[in-house]
Ligand binder design. Structure first.
Ligand SMILES: C[S@@+](CC[C@H](N)C(=O)[O-])C[C@H]1O[C@@H](n2cnc3c(N)ncnc32)[C@H](O)[C@@H]1O
Length: 209
């Protein structure tokens, strides 16, 4: 399977409309977490089973992975998990999907594609315009989690988010995970690989003020 998909390709201009919260989840009053670039969704399946009083939404640009994940959700009758196919940038900046931003409590960007060449930086998922859109539509107190093993990508994402004055860095040492979308600090697929290979992890949490 192709690992890297160019999110700026015209193929992703046509976007999937995200169904209403009632259509997606068994209980639409639960806190909602959004995971961007969720791949096959293993992390979200683990979270949804571990933490049944939150709803989880994953957005992934590789269609086959999303199709398989959706079938798995249906077969296992999981009511607090939903997957959407497409480029997160296009999906979340579209006015018809704005309601998601109003309802999410937190968003994670776990090990996004690094796009190492400078001329490809524009393909990285975190971009100023995208962060401005999030900052305009997220509720105060919403959290953004970033995590990567690529220092250059971390610096790039951090400088973009930190330059938006609506987001403040939260001290990781004092952060209380028990109230978060991931109370048991479950690991993503990439994170497990990174830990086994003893690579460094760079992470930060921001709060919308
Ligand atoms: C390196 S993988 C990390 C997967 C997972 N988050 C983890 O930590 O194991 C990055 C994922 O982001 C997806 N992706 C890249 N750009 C995207 C975009 N603009 N919108 C949605 N998904 C994207 C890729 O297809 C890939 O599955």
């Amino acid at each position: 399977m192709r690992q890297h998909v160019n999110p700026l390709s015209k193929n992703f201009n046509e976007i999937e409309k995200i169904p209403s919260l009632i259509e997606m989840f068994g209980d639409n009053k639960f806190n909602l977490h959004l995971d961007i670039g969720c791949a096959a969704g293993e992390f979200l399946f683990d979270l949804a089973l571990d933490n049944t009083s939150w709803n989880y939404l994953g957005i992934e640009i590789r269609e086959k992975l999303v199709k398989t994940a959706k079938l798995k959700v249906r077969d296992r009758e999981i009511k607090n998990l939903y997957f959407v196919f497409g480029s997160a940038n296009n999906i979340l900046t579209d006015v018809q999907n704005k309601f998601i931003m109003k309802n999410v409590k937190s968003i994670s960007f776990n090990f996004p594609d690094p796009w190492f060449k400078k001329r490809h930086y524009k393909r990285r998922v975190i971009q100023s315009e995208f962060i401005n859109t999030l900052s305009n539509s997220l509720q105060r107190g919403s959290l953004i989690f970033i995590k990567t093993d690529v220092k250059d990508l971390y610096d790039y994402m951090d400088s973009i988010i930190s330059s938006n004055l609506n987001f403040k860095v939260i001290d990781l040492r004092g952060f209380n995970y028990s109230q978060s979308f991931n109370p048991n600090k479950l690991k993503t697929a990439r994170e497990k690989y990174v830990i086994i290979n003893q690579l460094e992890i760079f992470e930060r949490i921001y709060i919308k003020t």
